[in-house]
Design a protein around this ligand. Structure first.
Ligand code: H2B
Length: 100
């Protein structure tokens, strides 16, 4: 048996989900959300990325991200769905909880 693919969020569900993610912006030209983070130093940035990476892999839902010293740029989108899904909303909320 194969799992049902995660659906892209659309309409009111999408609007409500994005409204609940105050620190995230829509990525221009693509159905994805982004957040930029700045830490005190590389150690803090990498520690954050490690925590997120372990949770993301456990959930089998991974961020697109880059790191330059103390900065981390994150883009979330569900590749299988071709856009933002509940999985991205959950990961964004987890990321917010790690940062705060
Ligand atoms: N991460 C993201 N962001 N989107 C996906 O569609 C996705 C993923 N699919 N991580 C997973 C892995 C899939 O490729 C594996 C085979 O379950």
């Amino acid at each position: 048996m194969t799992a049902k693919p995660t659906a892209r969020l659309t309409g009111k569900a999408r609007t409500a989900a994005l409204a609940s993610l105050k620190k995230w912006k829509e990525l221009p030209g693509r159905d994805a959300i982004q957040r930029s983070l700045k830490f005190a130093d590389f150690n803090q940035a990498w520690g954050f990325m490690t925590r997120v990476a372990l949770a993301a892999d456990k959930a089998d839902h991974h961020p697109e991200w880059s790191n330059v010293y103390n900065k981390v740029e994150i883009v979330l989108s569900t590749h299988d769905a071709g856009g933002v899904s509940d999985k991205d909303v959950a990961l964004a909320k987890f990321i917010d909880s790690v940062v705060s």
